[in-house]
Design a protein around this ligand. Structure first.
Ligand SMILES: [Mn+2]
Length: 404
């Protein structure tokens, strides 16, 4: 039976600077700075443990088109570990580490095969004679809007065919609409596997044949939540098996916890404590954004900064820390739109005005145009806008119905 096994990883973003996180305690910040390398080492560990036939990297190995010496030295070292075991590596570069940049070139060992700036194929042959043809291209510059998928052609004459593509699936949400494709176009090529990269969230677009984004190997900010990793893949003529391999060393979690049932400070403390401990993972660090919903705040005198400091102070575990970065509280909503609207026309009109409100940009512009603050702010996404408007609505209604 013919079989090939490989590791598919993407978006290593080695040496990501982790900007905006300097406020974290020094040891945690350092661990985070090291995390992309640590995760990358785990990818290579997996390749060695499973003794795969080869490794595929689907773009964005480096975070920037200037590839730092540190990142290159570490990359080379890991490639040498694979070279010692005669494991070849197939690489395409993506929009972050495109070929148009300038950087001091480190020479890589001979087991490393990098695709050029146009779609080409490379052949792999296993010692038992099984053959694989891999297809891919590296980004010549940062912005590749061309439908590169049209240049992929199946060339007969191999047992297995694998497409490698760093690109954007049309119709999905998200930015960076580079090298766009439709799933249908990939399936039409009749390859045995599509190794995608670019989208940092893990996503299997098709199972037969497998078409998937493994996601990045290490989350780098609070939007890249959950466990990250790569795939160990085995292909035979009749079967494929996919196994997710966890690689992240620090995990970001954005947790909403319903505090509906809680009515004392002590219970709230226990509740937060337990929620944090539920996220503790052996040997892995966790950065936790905790938002408590439906908190009955009456009488609690909540000072959020004090709660946060307390839980941070109590955190003593170094290897398997759960560090609360932020605690947010959403007060229990004690009013209902339909009820208020039936009480007075005024509320009906108010809710209508809120739903039609579209001046949020203008309203926030003094903040965004502020010479010092502005450059630290990212644009709000739709979810964040909705949340802001909901919060404003709640504040407004509370102030209107508050008993004198
Ligand atoms: Mn990327």
């Amino acid at each position: 039976m013919k079989e090939v096994t490989f590791i598919h990883a993407a978006d290593l973003h080695l040496d990501s600077p982790m900007t905006g996180l300097k406020h974290l305690p020094k040891q945690i910040f350092q661990r985070l700075q090291e995390s992309t390398f640590h995760a990358f080492r785990k990818v290579i560990d997996a390749a060695l443990t499973f003794n795969v036939d080869f490794v595929v990297f689907a773009g964005d190995l480096y975070d920037e088109d200037y590839r730092s010496l540190r990142a290159q030295a570490r990359f080379r070292k890991e490639m040498e570990r694979l070279a010692e075991r005669n494991i070849p590596v197939y690489i395409v570069h993506g929009n972050h580490d495109h070929l148009g940049g300038t950087w001091p070139h480190f020479h890589l060992p001979d087991n490393v095969h990098i695709f050029k700036d146009h779609v080409e194929s490379k052949d792999f042959q296993k010692s038992d004679g099984t053959t694989v043809r891999l297809y891919g291209f590296s980004y010549p510059g940062r912005h590749v809007y061309e439908r590169m998928i049209t240049h992929y052609k199946k060339e007969e004459g191999a047992d297995f065919h694998i497409g490698i593509l760093h690109g954007y699936q049309e119709g999905s949400s998200g930015h960076g609409r580079y090298a766009p494709f439709h799933l249908k176009e990939l399936l039409e090529k009749q390859y045995d596997y599509w190794a995608l990269g670019h989208i940092h969230k893990r996503s299997v677009l098709s199972e037969f044949p497998p078409v998937l984004y493994p996601g990045n190997v290490q989350g780098r900010n609070k939007k890249e939540t959950g466990v990250k990793g790569c795939y160990f893949v085995s292909l035979t003529e009749h079967n494929t098996s996919l196994r997710f391999v966890e690689t992240s060393d620090v995990i970001w979690e954005d947790v909403k916890a319903d505090a509906q049932h809680i009515d004392s400070v002590h219970e709230l403390y226990e509740f937060c404590r337990k929620t944090m401990d539920d996220y503790r993972r052996e040997g892995t660090g966790t950065l936790l954004y905790l938002s408590l919903t439906n908190v009955n705040i009456n009488g609690m005198q909540m000072q959020l900064s004090e709660w946060l400091e307390l839980f941070q102070e109590e955190e003593k575990d170094e290897a398997s820390f759960v560090w609360p970065v932020k605690i947010e509280v959403e007060e229990k909503v004690n009013w209902e739109r339909s009820q208020l609207s039936s009480e007075a026309d005024f509320y009906g009109e108010l809710f209508e005005a809120i739903d039609e409100y579209s001046d949020i940009e203008e309203c926030l512009s003094p903040l965004y145009q502020h010479p010092a603050a502005g450059k630290f702010l990212n644009a709000l996404d739709v979810q964040e806008r909705i949340k802001l408007i909901r919060e404003a609505e709640d504040l407004l209604i509370r102030s209107l119905i508050r008993p004198e």
